[in-house]
Design a protein around this ligand. Structure first.
Ligand code: NZQ
Ligand code: ZN
Length: 393
């Protein structure tokens, strides 16, 4: 096992009716900015529950954070933060809203690398130049879409002019998060699928690498993968889609998949995500749908490097015991693709009307963003990314 440090201080409130706890979680003397997206929270009653819980607080609102939140939208929040002396952010929504709140929180104090001066500094440097976040507004999260794990991690992904870039800081990790599975009942099938697939691929990125004998991490990961394989499809069929236990298992899996626990002390890949971000940035494809296209190709192209873990995945997650090593690996990859198909997400670039003509642009973007040594061994060069994208056609 590798050395690691693990601390996850986000206070999780899980279950039906838990939104009311924000009345106590948010300090009474805080000046709160409630941030949300395009309005789903108003039609499903979540907004009303938040407003009711904040009846004793002073709060303002900032809405319109779009899926794959953009720099331009998020920077608009700075005006109200300055004008009203906001000192607490309450993010109400999916990963995009929580990620957006994180960037808003960090940008509020960003001074750039100019000592003691804010002249000429641009918070975009937090992403583009990976400049350190030194201070951020505190954040609380009311999660409405289980997928990203953003509610209890320090990661955020922001887009500017088609450039979709991540940043990470413990200072933007939500102090608390409310996870009420009943608020996910208003999700469309497309968003349910996206969430299950995103959580599945988060787990794979931290599991399907090379073995360091991290038995606890491996078995946690295998448990999450099996839970998502069992429960994900149930959330799409009429007989079980309203079942709150199904929703609860999906919601907790998604949080556990990216809250730092399963990735502590083991190598991590993330090549599927980095290539996927270029597909979203260039062509606007939903985040999870880029992952379901790229991951099977990564498994095929990196079969030799991932051999030992692919065999473990085949036997422990899919219970494949027959055939030689290659046959078992191929079967595990096919079953992964079948699972994605069952979740109604694409598994090929051609499924989203992209062809070999589009690959050059994606490689240019990867080069431009410094994504030239990806994967757990930093050995996925641009040439190998081309091979992966070609395999995904
Ligand atoms: O904007 P509203 O009206 O709220 O509608 C949203 C949005 O249109 C809707 N929605 C959310 N909760 C709902 C709901 N509709 C009905 N009922 C509800 N309960 O769903 C749509 C998609 O929401 P979004 O927040 O974009 O989805 P998701 O949670 O999948 O977040 C995706 C973003 O997270 C980033 C992705 O790159 C993408 O930008 N990621 C963040 C990560 C992190 N912070 O750790 C890791 C991930 O790998 C990922 O990169
Ligand atoms: Zn993801």
């Amino acid at each position: 096992m590798l050395n690691f440090n693990f601390q996850n201080p986000t206070n999780i409130h899980f279950g039906e009716g838990q939104i009311a706890v924000i009345a106590k979680e948010v300090p009474l003397n805080a000046k709160v900015l409630v941030v949300y997206g395009g309005g789903s929270v108003k039609s499903n009653g979540v907004y009303q529950q938040v407003i009711d819980a904040l009846s004793e607080h002073i709060f303002f609102e900032f809405s319109g954070i779009e899926p794959n939140p953009t720099y331009d939208t998020l920077m608009k929040a700075q005006e109200i933060i300055k004008a009203e002396n906001i000192d607490y952010l309450l993010a109400v929504g999916g990963g995009s809203v929580v990620d957006g709140a994180k960037f808003i929180a960090a940008a509020a104090f960003f001074e750039g690398n100019v000592e003691g001066s804010s002249e000429g500094s641009d918070p975009w440097d937090i992403l583009a130049k990976q400049q350190a976040v030194t201070k951020a507004l505190p954040i609380g999260a009311i999660l409405t879409l289980p997928a990203t794990g953003s509610e209890s991690n320090g990661n955020s992904v922001v887009t500017r002019d088609g450039n979709k870039l991540p940043f990470s800081s413990p200072l933007v990790r939500p102090l608390f998060a409310v996870l009420d599975p009943s608020v996910t009942l208003s999700l469309s099938d497309r968003q349910i699928s996206n969430g299950v697939v995103d959580a599945f691929v988060h787990t794979i990125e931290q599991y399907l690498t090379y073995s360091v004998n991290g038995k606890v991490q491996d078995r946690f990961s295998e448990g999450l993968l099996q839970t998502l394989i069992e429960e994900g499809p149930k959330a799409l069929v009429p007989a079980t889609k309203e079942n709150l236990d199904v929703r609860a298992n999906i919601m907790w899996s998604a949080t556990m998949a990216l809250n730092g626990l399963i990735g502590a002390g083991v190598p991590q890949d993330w090549s599927t995500h980095m290539i996927g971000h270029e597909l979203t940035g260039a062509f606007g494809i939903d985040h999870a749908r880029t992952l379901s296209i790229v991951l099977p190709a990564v498994m095929k192209v990196r079969k030799e490097q991932k051999r030992e873990k692919l065999l473990q995945y085949a036997s422990r997650v899919w219970q494949i015991t027959e055939g030689d090593d290659n046959a078992r690996i191929d079967q595990a990859i096919s079953l992964t693709e079948e699972f994605f198909e069952k979740m109604q997400v694409p598994t090929r670039l051609s499924d989203v009307n992209l062809s070999s003509n589009d690959i050059d642009l994606l490689l240019e973007r990867l080069a431009q963003h410094g994504m030239t040594a990806l994967g757990e061994q930093s050995d996925i060069t641009l040439a190998i990314s081309r091979e992966i994208l070609t395999k995904a056609l």
